[in-house]
Design a protein around this ligand. Structure first.
Ligand code: MF3
Ligand code: CO
Ligand code: CO
Length: 365
């Protein structure tokens, strides 16, 4: 009865009734949630693949209002027809993902909060883009970002996070990530990644972008373009039923096709209630492996792509990460949510604008 357009998750039934079948070693009662691509949920109980008991089929297009007609075609209001089944499906899924993976799925109210924090993250990156120029220090960038984020009633998550001393990460050229703002002076031809994470009303959103300082050289243009395309391809894999491995696979395939390398030691991550939550989102991987993506998962995708080899070196400050071969490294990061039928970015900056728009400073071409 299950076609390949459907996928199945076994959920321990909180009612505790044992139906005598389990994918787990212990005897769980199972309620099964089948999410049909095209945003339909089906809740059924089955034993060894055979459907039995009451089946509820409901279309759960996320945009249907409580008082709208139910998309199942019954002619009744959504709220008195299929909505309760959808809510129950989400409730069961939430329990399952928490228990099995320690992943906290977000409900629409939480997503709204993260979306607001995300708008501020994007605004911070836009703001700093206009202030980038040769001869400024990374400390100056930090102070501008700190003041911008706090002026909006938010808190910069990096500040004092596990001892990190500043409000943003600034990673220049061969610095892969976690560069600490300081005395380093930007020069014409540099690339710099600026990574911001505002906490707004308790919600975290994490985003970064790599900018050019003045006109880029050939290598700078190549690696920045590659990293941005990797993020785009990673995001394109996000929809219910795909896996975490699909995201890493898409990124790795593209980066390696350009003879660039993908950083393995640092990954994307769940985000929203905290800075770093389960799961990890590796930027390498194989198709159809790893955790299945389900609606309500919020995580970052943030591929770090090196022009040379993948190997890294950690500086004595215990934060700054460099490429061993000192080749250029670039990164783009967004926070995304898995929706009923695909993906929404909660830090929506344009991944298609002309590459040269990433040249910092007030007069970008
Ligand atoms: N923002 C980084 C990330 O994308 C994490 C920085 S941790 C810090 O996950 F402490 F350096 F801020
Ligand atoms: Co991140
Ligand atoms: Co970040």
């Amino acid at each position: 009865m299950f076609t390949e357009r459907q996928w199945v998750i076994d959920i321990p039934n909180p009612a505790g009734e044992c139906i005598g079948f389990s994918d787990y070693k212990t005897c769980f009662s199972i309620a099964q949630i089948v999410i049909l691509f095209g945003s339909c949920y089906k809740i059924s109980r089955r034993r060894s693949g055979a459907s039995f008991g009451r089946n509820i089929m409901t279309s759960v297009n996320g945009k249907t209002g409580r008082n709208d007609f139910c998309p199942c075609g019954s002619g009744r209001k959504y709220k008195t027809c299929c909505l309760p089944a959808k809510d129950r499906a989400f409730y069961l899924m939430k329990q399952q993902y928490l228990r099995q993976y320690r992943i906290r799925l977000k409900d629409p109210k939480d997503v709204e909060g993260i979306r607001s924090a995300g708008s501020l993250a994007v605004a911070s990156l836009d703001y700093i883009a206009h202030h980038l120029a040769p001869e400024i220090t990374t400390e100056y960038i930090n102070s501008l970002i700190h003041d911008f984020i706090t002026s909006q009633g938010a808190t910069p998550a990096p500040l004092n996070y596990m001892g990190f001393p500043k409000s943003a990460c600034t990673s220049v050229n061969e610095v892969v990530c976690h560069g600490i703002p300081g005395k380093r002076v930007l020069r014409e031809g540099d690339i710099i990644n600026v990574d911001v994470t505002p906490i707004l009303n308790g919600y975290y959103a994490d985003a970064n972008k790599t900018f050019f300082i003045g006109s880029p050289g050939v290598d700078a243009e190549k690696i920045v373009s590659a990293a941005r395309e990797c993020l785009k391809r990673g995001i394109a894999m996000v929809k219910p039923g795909n896996t975490v491995g699909d995201i890493g696979w898409a990124i790795q395939e593209y980066a390696e096709s350009l003879k660039c390398s993908v950083v393995r030691e640092y990954t994307g991550h769940g985000v929203g209630y905290a800075f770093h939550e389960p799961p990890e989102i590796p930027h390498i991987g194989q198709r159809d492996t790893g955790i299945v993506l389900v609606p309500g998962m919020v995580f970052t995708i943030e591929p770090m792509i090196n022009l040379g080899g993948p190997d890294l070196r950690l500086l004595d400050d215990n934060w700054t990460v460099l490429t061993v071969d000192r080749s250029l490294s670039a990164q783009f990061e967004q926070t995304v949510v898995v929706t009923d039928d695909g993906v929404e970015t909660l830090t929506p900056y344009n991944l298609e604008e002309p590459l040269l728009s990433l040249i910092g400073g007030p007069a970008t071409p």
